[in-house]
Design a protein around this ligand. Structure first.
Ligand SMILES: Cc1cc2nc3c(=O)[nH]c(=O)nc-3n(C[C@H](O)[C@H](O)[C@H](O)COP(=O)(O)O)c2cc1C
Length: 187
């Protein structure tokens, strides 16, 4: 299954990027995960949406070709970071490539709540008409105290989280397989 991961942090040492990279390496045999850069996307502007830059076209094209999207988000001020919202705004227009495309969400923060509030906003956004992405139900991944769970080499060293992510991936694949053909592609 071809997955694109969209990470809402532009920080060099981002924990959420480490999480996405961990997912990419660890589940290589099960999920073909490509992490898409979003930091160089220009601000969405309705006036240029029909003639977007090559960077935007490439980004939207990669998402269009993927079977599913993994969103990995930090929490900024109780919501998702602006760069992630900007990327979603691009995806929500013109060809609306997210409509009917399945998603699952993860997030990591240094605080205790592990991006609960950001993910609540993200779910709402993903249900908007221009995105309409079927979301893996019942499997919510909130990784709190993330700075204690990754080592300096970017390895996830917290065994309960390692085990939990195994369950999430199994559940995602099973949910995806059960619904193959049922996800409603955009008209
Ligand atoms: C502008 C800003 C706002 C933040 N707001 C929150 C917040 O609302 N809730 C929270 O748990 N952490 C918040 N944090 C802390 C982030 O969770 C922490 O910086 C995290 O490491 C960011 O993710 P990253 O490592 O992937 O860049 C905020 C950080 C920044 C820079």
């Amino acid at each position: 299954m071809k997955i694109v991961a969209i990470v809402g942090s532009n920080r060099k040492n981002s924990f959420n990027m480490k999480l996405a990279q961990y997912m990419q390496r660890t589940y290589e045999g099960k999920l073909d995960i490509e992490i898409l850069p979003i930091t160089d996307l220009p601000f969405y502007n309705q006036e240029i949406e029909l003639m977007p830059s090559e960077t935007v076209q490439k980004f939207i094209g990669k998402v269009a070709q993927a079977d599913a999207v993994l969103w990995v988000t930090p929490e900024y001020n109780y919501s998702i970071p602006g760069i992630l919202k900007n990327a979603i705004d691009w995806l929500s227009r013109v060809d609306k490539v997210m409509v009917g495309k399945p998603s699952f969400i993860m997030g990591a923060s240094m605080g205790a709540l592990g991006t609960v509030r950001a993910q609540e906003h993200l779910r709402g956004i993903l249900f908007s008409p221009g995105i309409s992405s079927p979301l893996l139900p019942r499997n919510e991944v909130y990784i709190g105290a993330v700075h204690e769970k990754f080592d300096d080499a970017g390895q996830l060293v917290h065994e309960p989280t390692v085990a939990f992510l195994n369950i999430i991936v199994t559940n995602f694949i099973s949910w995806y397989d059960q619904h193959t053909g049922a996800f409603v592609a955009k008209s």
